[in-house]
Design a protein around this ligand. Structure first.
Ligand code: G16
Length: 543
């Protein structure tokens, strides 16, 4: 094997955000960009000689070429073994599971998640550690440091590997193993859920539409839902992964999964609708005429998890990201277990899961998962919902309403202002941060502010401190607003404003969330002038 050592210089801005390094595809595919980052990644983790890494991506445009480059670079850097998803495709949950099962030293996941793909879309690279979870900040910090001093990268001068052929080939001293991940993942799901019970549900005529959005989950969903569980053929739609996701935006929210939402609110709605995102870690679940808010989904799943065999002994604890509604806290309180509040980013759940302090985790951004892996898992959430429906014998909407009746309802909404000029967004946040200290005890639009702060998190396991994770404004009576900048966008800045209001069980549980939260929305506008400053009449996305 001939190894070429190519001289290079640092490239600005190779800094991972909430979930890996995400950039426009054109940036990632420019000569040397991916190579620089991959070499810095290898250097940052102390080299890959004699290691085993898992590699795969969500199948988006440039996925295949990027994997060929990574294989040649890993071989040139002396790696012992690469475990690569067939056709270069691995859903993020499957990658996490593979890293753990095969006791790999880590994995490289190529995905920009829910962001659109294609030559004009986005691309991303994420590094996961040996526990199967996203690298913690101390690891990404070392990778960033390596990007700033890189002087050369190493790449093997070899022919490309046939990624479609399952089996093992060699590149110099490196074993390159191409695996089909679907069976292994399906087998893991069979250990957690009562497949017979769910088969019975489908036999009784239960109808499901699962929108795989032409992304990574399609093959797993078809195998598990249709082939193993007996959902009617055609229950999985858009099941073939495509490099441009069929021209769609693989984000399962009301804007980008509109056809599914329309179906579930139509007269011919099936019993359950669900969708996952580009790399299969996010999910949305809908009943007839009801989209389950992701924060509610976490709470309902946690409250009912004991109905599934994998969780029959109960939960050790629940964890949610700070902007996620506090519906899960009420469940934890009722169950007598802890509820942890972490910054946004699945990486912050890793330590809690590893330490056995939390069993189920979730986020408002349509992510839920458990200690079976170290990533959120879209299909897992759908299967847990199915298992719960099969056990309880009532529909999704009834389960959610029943939950509100016993625990109260957290009205919740997130307003996103996308592609905002980065300076404008930064100034808006900085000014509000400056004023936080003076807000407590004041009134805005007739609402009393009880406290306001800038969220900081001390990891209870390793004691690490993460600051500036979102500005919180608590109103008297328990309502709150949170404002932060997204760490996953690739164009300008995205301002996210999260608002919630708790209605106790005896209160009015059937309001439209936007109506219920209108006063908080107005108060945030008064405090920030976000619409005027961004020049928008309304948010771009409302969840
Ligand atoms: C990633 C993270 C999540 C986070 C989400 C949104 O998800 O893993 O923890 O909630 O981004 O982050 P932000 O608000 O910073 O844009 P994914 O599915 O994009 O990998």
């Amino acid at each position: 094997m001939t190894i070429r050592t190519i001289a290079t210089t640092p490239i600005d801005g190779q800094e991972p955000g909430t979930s890996g390094l995400r950039k426009k595809t054109a940036v990632f595919s420019a000569p040397g960009y991916l190579e620089n980052y991959i070499q810095a990644l290898f250097d940052g983790i102390g080299g890959v000689a004699d290691q085993t890494l898992v590699v795969g991506g969500d199948g988006r445009f440039f996925n295949d070429r990027a994997i060929q480059t990574i294989i040649k670079m890993a071989a040139a850097n002396g790696i012992a073994r690469l475990i690569v998803g067939k056709a270069g495709i691995l859903s993020t949950p499957a990658a996490s599971s593979l890293i753990r099962d095969r006791k790999a030293d880590g994995g490289i996941i190529l995905s920009a998640s829910h962001n659109p793909g294609g030559p004009d879309g986005d691309f991303g690279v994420k590094f996961n550690t040996a526990n199967g979870g996203p690298a913690p900040e101390k690891v990404t910090g070392r990778i960033v440091a390596a990007t700033r001093v890189i002087q050369e990268y190493r790449i093997a001068d070899e022919v490309e590997i046939d990624l479609d052929r399952v089996g093992e080939v060699r590149m110099g001293g490196t074993a390159v193993e191409i695996v089909d991940p679907v069976d292994r993942y399906a087998a893991l799901m069979e250990t957690l859920f009562d497949f017979d019970k769910i088969v019975g549900l489908f036999r009784s005529g239960f109808r499901l539409t699962f929108d795989a959005m032409h992304a990574a989950t399609g093959p797993y969903a078809t195998e598990i839902l249709e082939n193993r569980l007996g959902a009617a053929t055609g229950s999985v739609i858009n099941g073939t992964p495509l490099p441009d996701f069929g021209g769609g935006h693989p984000d399962p929210n009301p804007v980008y999964a509109k056809p599914l939402f329309d179906l579930m609110f139509s007269a011919d709605a099936p019993d359950m609708g669900a969708a996952s995102d580009g790399d299969g870690d996010r999910n949305i679940v809908l009943g007839r005429g009801l989209a389950v808010a992701p924060s509610d989904s976490l709470a309902v799943l946690a409250a009912n998890a004991h109905l599934a065999p994998g969780y029959k002994n109960g939960l050790a604890g629940i964890a949610r990201s700070m902007p996620t509604s506090r519906a899960a806290d009420i469940v934890a309180q009722a169950l007598g277990i802890a509820c942890f509040e972490t910054p946004t980013g699945w990486k912050f759940f890793g330590n809690l899961l590893d330490a056995g302090m939390a069993t189920i985790c979730g986020e408002e951004s349509a992510g839920t998962g458990s200690n079976h892996i170290r990533e959120k898992d879209g299909l897992w959430a759908v299967l847990l919902w199915l298992n719960i429906v099969a056990e309880r014998g009532i529909g999704i909407a009834d389960i959610v309403r029943d939950h509100w009746v016993s625990h109260g309802r957290h009205y919740y909404t997130r307003h996103d202002y996308e592609d905002v000029d980065a300076e404008t967004a930064g100034a808006l946040v900085a000014e509000l941060r400056e004023r936080l200290g003076a807000l407590a005890g004041t009134q805005v639009n007739g609402l009393d502010i009880e406290s306001a702060d800038d969220f900081a998190y001390t990891d209870p396991v390793d004691g690490s401190l993460t600051e500036h994770q979102g500005l919180r404004i608590h109103f008297t009576g328990g309502a709150r607003a949170v404002l932060r900048l997204s760490g996953t966008g690739t164009a300008g800045a995205t301002i996210r404003i999260y608002m919630e209001l708790y209605e106790p069980p005896a209160g009015d549980l059937d309001q439209d969330p936007q109506m219920a939260l209108a006063a908080i929305v107005d108060a945030v506008e008064t405090l920030t002038s976000v619409r005027a400053r961004t020049g928008r009449a309304a948010p771009d996305v409302v969840t």
